[in-house]
Structure formats: structure tokens, C-alpha cells
Unconditional design. Structure first.
Length: 70
């Protein structure tokens, strides 16, 4: 039987321990305001080529934890 996944807790790639609190500080009055920074952090796979990302850089898109610098 597969283990249960707790989606309410961060996983190994999404944990933010060690991230400077100033980076995470935001004053959003609405839930949508919390989501806004994502637009600058996430790209679609089809956009990687237009951004001149190297194949090596794009290949690691699913293995870099949130706390590791670019």
C-alpha cells in the first residue's frame, strides 16, 4: 500500500527553511496577492527556449529545492 502524502506540509523541494524571511515578507490583503510573485518565478517548458536557458539548466527544473540559489 502506498504511503499517504500530506499536501499541507512542504516536501523536500518546497520547504523554505533557511530562506531569508525578508524574501518571504509580503503584505497581501487578498489570496491573489500572495500568488502574484509566482508569475516571476515559474516559466512554462515551452518558454525555456525563448529565454535562452541551456539544456543543462532546464534539465534540472524538477530537482532543485526552493532553498537552493539559482
Amino acid at each position: 500500500m502506498a504511503a499517504e502524502i500530506d499536501y499541507a506540509s512542504p516536501g523536500p523541494l518546497t520547504g523554505l527553511d533557511g530562506v531569508d524571511p525578508a524574501v518571504l515578507a509580503m503584505e497581501a490583503d487578498e489570496l491573489a496577492g500572495v500568488c502574484c510573485p509566482v508569475h516571476g518565478l515559474v516559466i512554462q517548458p515551452t518558454d525555456a527556449e525563448a529565454l535562452d536557458l541551456s539544456g543543462e539548466r532546464f534539465a534540472e527544473n524538477q530537482i532543485r529545492p526552493a532553498t537552493r540559489p539559482r
